[in-house]
Design a protein around this ligand. Sequence first.
Ligand SMILES: [Zn+2]
Length: 432
Amino acid sequence: MYWQEEQECRPRKELEQLQLERLRATLRRVGKTVPFYKSKFAEKHCDPEQLNTLEQLRSYPFTLKQDLRDNYPYGLFAVPLRDIVRVHSSSGTTGMATVVGYNKNDIVTWSNLVARILCGAGVTANDVIQIAFGYGLFTGGFGLHYGAECLGASVIPISAGNTKRQIQIMQDFKSTALVCTPSYALKMADVMMDMGVNPNGLSLRYGLFGGEPWSEAMRREINERLGIHATDNYGLSEVLGPGIAGECSECDGLHVNEDHFYVEILDPDTLEPVAPGEVGELVITTLTKEAFPVIRYRTRDLTRLLTEPCPCGRSFHRISRLMGRSDDMLIIKGVNVFPTQIESILFDIEGTEPHYRLIVERENNVDKLTIQVEVVESIFFDAMKQQRIFVDAIRKRMASELGVGVNIQLVEERTLERFNGKGARILDKREL
Ligand SMILES: [Zn+2]
């Protein structure tokens, strides 16, 4: 099921021609109207008039989150402020906030792109969508909200937090689709259990989750515990917000809305393209955004590009589910370790919770990774010998799947911090 069938199923050749035309127009425009791009292009001798292939974009400069901060608040806007109808901002947890803006056309485009994602996940105009993403400066709530209205669904703009009330409303209003982060969906399942609410008695059928990386195992757990069909979608506020990519019913990678975004997958160290299908950093260029276009924005998110045709009929390439941030990828004794791999293993081990913290240290020039794992209460009551066997089993499983030895530390249930959104579960104490 498609929202804009003609666009979503356009033959690749036509799509690439359209991308090239839109890319050239975007580069031309930002080169004229945004001083930051104007001087960057001049510095690298980039002339949009000379762009004849998509690959030539590789000679263009990157845009970093720091560039957005340096131009705080409106320095990178490509239209006058009077044309802006909406402003969003990312939280300043890791430094100064970044600000993005949308004009009227951008809001229409954004709504349609989110409607595509909702459609791809199986949601229709008949659904009742409970949006438990935060509303406000964060793009998640409003992004999904406008997309769901554009689709014609009934929207419950409940926003984030107050889990008991979320569940009450879900029961009373007969919500059929839930929008939030995957970790919050699991928290809801926990609270339902505490409240004695049986998820099978609810009307809930779909879950659209995003905002943080998660694993296949976590999807299985959410599907089982909430009795829903969970899909993954991807976006980030610096580029658009939600609506950049989302899964179709095949649940095998996220289709990128390529008529609006040009994506590259690059080695985060060399910044050269990785071989097809290899893991690298996702770099995005907007092709249609008017108020706040970005050129080669380094997302720091790690993924793979999947170019095989999808049975759903969409011609857009897919990216694999996000594997974490390039800043989060740990190199332990020379081996790449992704937090999502660890999460996935923990899901499979009876008695552990999918909550963990990673502590990296270096002793005598040797890296040491300690995984703090939450375990169910009964494990703590076990005899020491039983506990040791349990720890050994986790350690062996981690070593064989990650390819490096780790230390395991058990901690009591619900003692590690919960994350509602992108969170850092890593404490790197190495002085590199
Ligand atoms: Zn598909």
